[in-house]
Design a protein around this ligand. Structure first.
Ligand SMILES: [Zn+2]
Ligand SMILES: [Zn+2]
Length: 258
């Protein structure tokens, strides 16, 4: 069974979906799910927007935990909060920890004003440099989330990421992940675009060339219609490149069957 290892429900402020709704779609799509609510310490636009009561989360959602329903978290990494993040991760019984870049040097990548005065090349370079530096600092996570996060929001005519524009930085990022035995996520959010598919396939292919073998599949669903979305496209990329879809249970990697 394939797992949608990246979904947001009741405890993510920006999600419109409940866990019960997520379970209904997961059953329909025949995927397992890992709930990965947002946890972003010191979020620049609102320091408390993406924090929640973790004891309550485990208390309420443990009732739903099963072989197909696992409980994780998505940590928004920033260099100055690494110790706080890792203490939090250690203190809770997560199945899977996704580490993601939502900010670059205190700038929220979601906000258009974060790109003011920057060319696309400058914005992408800063994103990659900060990703490399941050991944090198963090150790206690399983999956690196959405490498194309910036492509969702950067306000340039061409929002795509091209390996050939920063080959050394992409290589550094993949090597930093592989040195720590971390798994790259294929985030399915943008896989409806042929242009994104082509560009991302080159990046995932480079991860494979550098020795990456495992990938986590995630829709990053915030709406009930999006659980398991575009998994056929993600699986096709993985199969074509020789990458194996995996998921994590009790922080241990399991290779998906089927
Ligand atoms: Zn994210
Ligand atoms: Zn997410």
């Amino acid at each position: 069974m394939l797992f949608d290892s990246h979904i947001h429900c009741d405890y993510s402020q920006d999600s419109s979906m409940t866990l019960v709704e997520a379970l209904q779609t997961a059953a329909k799509e025949q995927v397992g799910i890992i709930v990965t609510e947002h946890w972003d310490y010191d979020y620049p636009t609102n320091p408390y927007a993406f924090l929640f009561d973790l004891d309550d989360y485990f208390r309420k959602f443990s009732a739903y935990r099963s072989e197909q329903v696992l409980l994780g978290i998505e940590i928004g990494m920033q260099k100055h909060i690494v110790q706080k993040d890792e203490a939090l991760i250690k203190a809770h019984p997560f199945d899977c920890v996704i580490a993601s870049m939502h900010c670059v040097k205190g700038r929220d990548l979601y906000e258009p004003r974060s790109y003011k005065g920057l060319t696309k090349a400058e914005a992408v370079k800063a994103f990659l440099e900060e990703s490399v530096a941050t991944v090198r600092l963090y150790s206690d996570f399983d999956v690196f989330g959405h490498i194309d996060y910036i492509s969702r929001y950067m306000p340039y005519e061409d929002q795509e990421l091209y390996y050939e524009e920063f080959p050394e930085l992409w290589d550094e990022l993949f090597k930093a992940l592989l040195e720590k035995s971390k798994v790259l996520e294929i985030n399915t959010r943008r896989l409806d675009s042929p242009k994104a598919l082509a560009a991302m396939e080159i990046l995932y292919g480079r991860y494979r060339e550098l020795g990456g073998l495992h990938v986590s599949l995630g829709s990053d669903a915030h709406y009930k219609e999006h659980v398991g979305r575009r998994f056929a496209a993600a699986k096709q990329i993985a199969d074509k490149l020789g990458l194996l879809p995996v998921y994590f249970k009790e922080r241990k990697m399991i290779i998906s069957k089927g």
